[in-house]
Design a binder for this molecule. Sequence first.
Ligand SMILES: *Cc1c(COP(=O)(O)O)cnc(C)c1O
Length: 369
Amino acid sequence: MNNIPFFDYPHVFKKHENDFMRIIADVASRGAFIMQKDLREFESNLAKYTGAKYAVGVANATDGLQLACMAGGIEAGDEVIISSHTMVATASAIHFAGGVPIPVEAGEDLLIDPDAIEAAITEKTRAIMPTQLNGRTCDMDKITKIADKHGLKLFEDAAQALGSKFKGQSAGTFGVASAISFYPAKTLGCLGDGGAVLTNDPDVHKQLLLLRDHGRDETTGDVECWGFNTRLDNIQAAILNHLLPQYEEIIGRRRHIAALYNELLADVTEVILPPKPESGSAHFDIFQNYEIRAENRDQLKQYLKEQGIGTLIQWSGKAIHQFTKLGFKTELPKTTKLFQEILLLPLNLSITDEEVVVVAEAIKSFYKS
Ligand SMILES: *Cc1c(COP(=O)(O)O)cnc(C)c1O
């Protein structure tokens, strides 16, 4: 029996145990828990890595997206167009910023469909917030053009996309502001919740610093506006700062696994695979997830489970427009159909090449039987 979990949470710690314990002891013995130099250093390194002018550490990407909306000028009743194939967090962040999330169809590539964006624009539309899903950046030429044509602001849910690029430009740097997640299962994960907001705009940056810390000005301590407490813990920042220099290697490993899946599953006609990582492509994908579309998806998932192989249906199997309890009423038949087919295969830093072969063989044997 195989034991190939979808994600091995304890593995993250085991792999770095000595370094992590040293860092935690160092930070804790300095008493440097909140808003200390480790946070500043990480913010500076993260900004450098992404090419954004500013990075602001926050408690998680969901809060980060909300702060991005608030600092970026989303006001009560503003409609913000999002993909229906995203986490509920994209929508809730807009909601709590006072905006109205408008989910639209995802395309064949699983990312937001640019034609669907244009079709959803109304007088109340204020912004577009594409999700750079699975570590792949959308065609930002198309989306930027739509935003410019209609005078809309652009935000990005880049929670899954640190280091992903479109035409050499990093996810999270195309619009007013974006958020990245350091949730443990994300490509750059910390030991709990964590996130960051990226922006190139000095005024938005200033506002983000206020909003994350009770509206307080860092130097004077004076309260400038209503704010929140959503800071990135200094211990988490120190851990992330330690991992960031290894991140290129992490991406390389993820792209290697993805390429292997693509090669091994190329002839399986019952599945549609994500585009394989290629050096000349406009898209530099970091494979937060390896999401396939599969015939008889539920039976395949069950079969793999019986073989000791963990898979995941993203967002527990529902697109945003299917959360009717949140008031969504739109019918999005293409995305609804997608959600009967999508499945994430295990792609993480603990899986070996041999295990990838085992997963691919199991998928093949399912469709042969
Ligand atoms: C993980 C994720 C989020 C939320 O990130 P948190 O740090 O857990 O708040 C938002 N959007 C997408 C697309 C995600 O994958």
